[in-house]
Design a protein around this ligand. Structure first.
Ligand SMILES: C[S@@+](CC[C@H](N)C(=O)[O-])C[C@H]1O[C@@H](n2cnc3c(N)ncnc32)[C@H](O)[C@@H]1O
Length: 221
């Protein structure tokens, strides 16, 4: 899977992809993450990429030219291009799975300031939001989406953890415990120490249902 992340703040993306599972996935060539600085695509002097809004009002708006030129520089026939905006469709595990099935090349465009000139929407496949709140920029949403989708790529994480993850079968994951067996009076459930793998699997399935009912009853509807 190839991700192209278009941003005005490349260092935010760089720092994240240089750690842990994503770094390993890149090194093992399971995924490719390219960081494109939108500023490199402006035709204006001094690297200008934004301007004041027509009609007046607060803040600065990202201009069409640098954003569209940056998209065109990396886009190919297979690519899907999304703007990160709080107004887009809310990103969910299911959307990640659909994207993985549709393409191997995802272009994510991070906004900043007051956001994008509306006309940029004519040059992309859609908008994605990561929730009903407003962040200062699209970098965290882009990283979240890249990270979630990467976990779908075989070999990035182990299949067992992927299959048991929350939302993969519509339920939340079962509770996990590690050493010690007892912490300040709180004990690990006996069944997990029994060595009976069949019983443990049954118990975990029941626990998935229990925690989903308790924490996210909406998922069972
Ligand atoms: C301050 S926000 C602009 C918000 C815009 N004025 C609005 O109210 O719809 C700046 C940028 O952060 C990103 N952003 C903020 N919240 C987001 C969210 N919930 N999901 C995805 N991107 C978001 C977008 O790229 C956006 O262009």
């Amino acid at each position: 899977m190839r991700f192209d992340i278009l941003t005005l703040f490349p260092d935010i993306i760089k720092s994240y992809i240089n750690e842990s599972i994503i770094k390993r996935a890149i090194n093992n060539k399971k995924i490719e993450v390219n960081i494109i600085n939108i500023r490199d695509y402006t035709l204006l002097k001094n690297g200008q990429v934004d301007d004041t809004p027509y009609g007046g009002g607060r803040g600065m708006v990202l201009m069409c030219e640098p954003v569209v030129r940056a998209i065109e520089a990396v886009k190919d026939a297979e690519a899907l291009v999304y703007l990160l905006t709080p107004q887009g469709k809310t990103f969910k595990q299911e959307m990640a799975s659909k994207i993985v099935n549709k393409t191997k090349h995802l272009i994510l465009v991070c906004g900043h300031y007051e956001g994008f000139d509306e006309r940029i929407l004519n040059f992309v496949d859609g908008e994605i939001s990561v929730g009903d709140f407003v962040l200062t920029g699209g970098e965290l949403p882009a990283l979240m989406i890249m990270d979630v989708i990467s976990r779908f790529i075989p070999g990035v994480i182990n299949d067992d953890s992927f299959n048991n993850d929350s939302f993969s079968d519509g339920l939340l994951d079962f509770p996990e415990y590690t050493k010690p067996r007892e912490f300040r009076g709180y004990k690990v459930p006996d069944i997990l120490l029994s060595g009976d793998h069949e019983k443990i699997a049954e118990y975990r399935q029941a626990e998935k249902l229990r925690v989903t009912k308790e924490k996210r009853p909406d998922l069972l509807k």
